[in-house]
Design a protein around this ligand. Sequence first.
Ligand code: BG6
Ligand code: MG
Length: 217
Amino acid sequence: MGLKACIFDLDGVIVDTAKYHYLAWKKLATMLNINFTEVDNERLKGVSRMASLDIILEIGSIVPDDKTKEEYAALKNKWYLDYINRMMPDEILPGSLEFISELKNAGIKVALGSASKNTPLILERLGIGKLFDAVADGNVVSKAKPDPEVFITAAKLLGVQPEDCVVFEDAVAGVEAALNAGMRCVGIGSEKILKDAHFVVSGLDKMSLRKLKVSAK
Ligand code: BG6
Ligand code: MG
């Protein structure tokens, strides 16, 4: 196992959008009289928009037709975009830019691996589109995490083997996707929740190339 590339999830790792996804889903759940909690929300992290909606509808035991489901998903995305369009570069999570530039200075490639179809918009809002050597997002992959497709695609775009990649993920489904891709995974968040990650830190401000190398030994 080498260390040639780092692949970052976007929502909840590079930028604090996880709270906006939650608030927008909560608004939809309230509209539908579904009791949706922050604990339930953990199941949605890293999961695609339609799969997230399915989880919420399952909690509420509601079975709408496909057209109505599309309308609910569009409504949630509209509310989510209201938050995203007001987002500022200072919402980039602490330590992210510093850690990524440390990696790049050391010749390690960096990519983004996100389920979000809103990735291009978020990168543009934050002015960090050019930071990544490759971007694999919800617009180019069809299988949702925990399927490894998004990370395998990112590795292919970078021209590196999966065993030479480390993934940074805040979601249980994302950690599983990284492991399914045959990659090492650093969990961002709580050790209790991200039990399967090889190593967990509370945020990228607690990460460094030295720590990454030590954790791989
Ligand atoms: C993931 C988020 O990054 O993207 C999920 O963790 C979200 O919460 C998914 O549902 C899809 O995002 P979007 O922006 O395409 O609705
Ligand atoms: Mg995430």
